[in-house]
Ligand binder design. Structure first.
Ligand SMILES: Nc1nc2c(c(=O)[nH]1)N[C@H]1C(S)=C(S)[C@@H](COP(=O)(O)O)O[C@H]1N2
Ligand SMILES: [Mo]
Length: 428
């Protein structure tokens, strides 16, 4: 019951405090809902917040410092491992996270041929093709260039497919199962543009190929404009070296673009005058459209959001004030607004965005909701700085057909039943 809240007592500093009269606040409905913060009140008389015994104090000294920290044994968030095979994936437990950053050991994974072990002392990145001077950069070479550090989400273009097609009929899906193929880290590295100034670029250079050194030999063609804009050759993640699962020692980060093109264990960049038409951009990672053609090179991740609380399998303890919260993000830049509906989309209200709000990064939203015990359908709708509005499932199905598994950014819904139990409701 730690989640039941009284707005004035705990409203976060950056969320506009809702206007709630003192009489209403002190009335019976809130008195029951805020049991963990305020004593039950029968009158508007002021009383001390805390009564009864203080929490127990540990009687003995704790353990001393250790070289490596670990989580409280009471906190055990876990990635959801869909398939532990080398070509499998795992998901971030979105419902267990606070704020916007994903702890590195909970960053989702998607591997086409497992996690290779790469010796950093033997690592080198080759940049060649339509360049003036082909060059090899060791890891030390890369670290000597001025570094850039930014918070970005990385999202698999398949994220959300469970909440879109046939599987969306399952009301027991959790935020992690629906949208756990997205994570946010601070990525540290050297801008690809810096390296291209070293190699020089010839005329008619329009694209580049990024190729990996794992057994998948992952290859993707990327427009060169992305290199000049913000592509990062990253060796750092959340203050330390990349995790092996994220491409140690070096990966390509393409802010806001589909995860698949952000090649891990990066070994080679070839500059060219056109795309290479690799398997991953022809037979895979294209979006079938309703008119039987397909979208190709659909790099940008469209604006999306999901409520992570309350969400299945949570059960709201009792009617009263509850804070709806979740994540929103857009591959096109800043999330400028998130609307929340508690009546299945009939009416919408603006949620508070928690600072920092950063481009191409998870953004946390919060909305204070007074649940009166009725059945309710909760939805969130993200708007980004280009004016793009997260579409309904009907609109997306009309544009793409029901069969696609990529770029499914439709509005997600949760049904709160009168008994407080919460179920996924987008497919219903
Ligand atoms: N070398 C290599 N790069 C890769 C992949 C891979 O299997 N091998 N998977 C891609 C896919 S499909 C995604 S969604 C992202 C996932 O990045 P993550 O595992 O760090 O979350 O990496 C991309 N880069
Ligand atoms: Mo992916």
């Amino acid at each position: 019951m730690a989640k039941a809240k009284s707005p004035p007592a705990v409203a976060p500093g950056d969320a506009p405090a809702p206007r709630i009269g003192r009489r209403e606040l002190l009335g019976g409905a809130l008195g029951a809902a805020a049991g963990s913060f305020l004593p039950r009140r029968t009158s508007a008389e002021e009383r001390p917040i805390s009564t009864g015994e203080p929490p127990q104090r540990p009687g003995t000294q704790g353990r001393g410092p250790t070289p490596l920290g670990e989580r409280s044994p009471f906190e055990q968030p876990r990635r959801g491992v869909g398939s532990a095979a080398p070509n499998g994936s795992s998901t971030t437990p979105l419902q267990d996270l606070h704020g916007i950053i994903t702890p590195s050991d909970l960053h989702f994974e998607r591997h086409h041929a497992g996690v290779p072990e790469v010796d950093p002392t033997r690592y080198a990145l080759l940049i060649h093709g339509r360049v003036e001077r082909p060059l090899r950069f060791t890891l030390d070479d890369l670290k000597r260039f001025p570094a850039r550090s930014r918070l970005y989400f990385i999202e698999c273009s398949g994220n959300g497919y469970r909440g879109y097609g046939r599987l969306a009929m399952r009301e027991t899906l959790t935020p992690q199962q629906i949208d756990g193929l997205t994570s946010t880290s601070e990525w540290i590295g050297v801008p690809l543009a810096t390296l291209l100034r070293e190699t020089g670029v010839k005329a008619n250079a329009e694209w580049f190929l990024a190729e990996s050194m794992d057994a998948a030999l992952m290859k993707r063609s990327i427009p060169l404009a992305k290199a000049w804009e913000d592509a990062l050759v990253a060796y750092g993640q959340n203050g330390e070296a990349l995790r092996p699962e994220q491409g140690y020692p070096v990966r390509l980060v393409l802010p806001g673009w589909e995860g698949n093109a952000q090649v891990k264990w990066l070994r080679r960049i070839e500059i060219s005058d056109g795309p290479f038409m690799t398997r991953e951009e022809t037979s895979r990672y294209t979006d079938p459209l309703a008119d039987c053609t397909a979208r190709i090179f659909s790099f940008k991740m469209d604006a999306k959001s999901i409520i992570t609380f309350p969400a299945h399998p949570v059960r709201l303890g009792e009617p009263g004030w509850w804070e709806i919260t979740g994540l929103a993000w857009s591959g096109r830049g800043l999330v400028t607004r998130v609307d929340v509906s508690t009546d299945g989309g009939a009416s919408w209200a603006e949620a508070a965005l928690q600072q920092p709000v950063l481009p191409k990064c998870h953004t946390r939203f919060r909305y204070l909701w007074r649940w009166r015990g009725e059945e309710a359908v909760l939805m969130s709708r993200a708007v980004d700085e280009t004016g793009y509005v997260q579409p309904t499932r009907e609109a997306l199905v009309a544009a793409r057909g029901a069969g696609t598994v990529y770029h499914t950014n439709n509005i997600r819904a949760w049904r709160v039943r009168a008994d407080g139990r919460v179920f996924f409701a987008t497919g219903a």
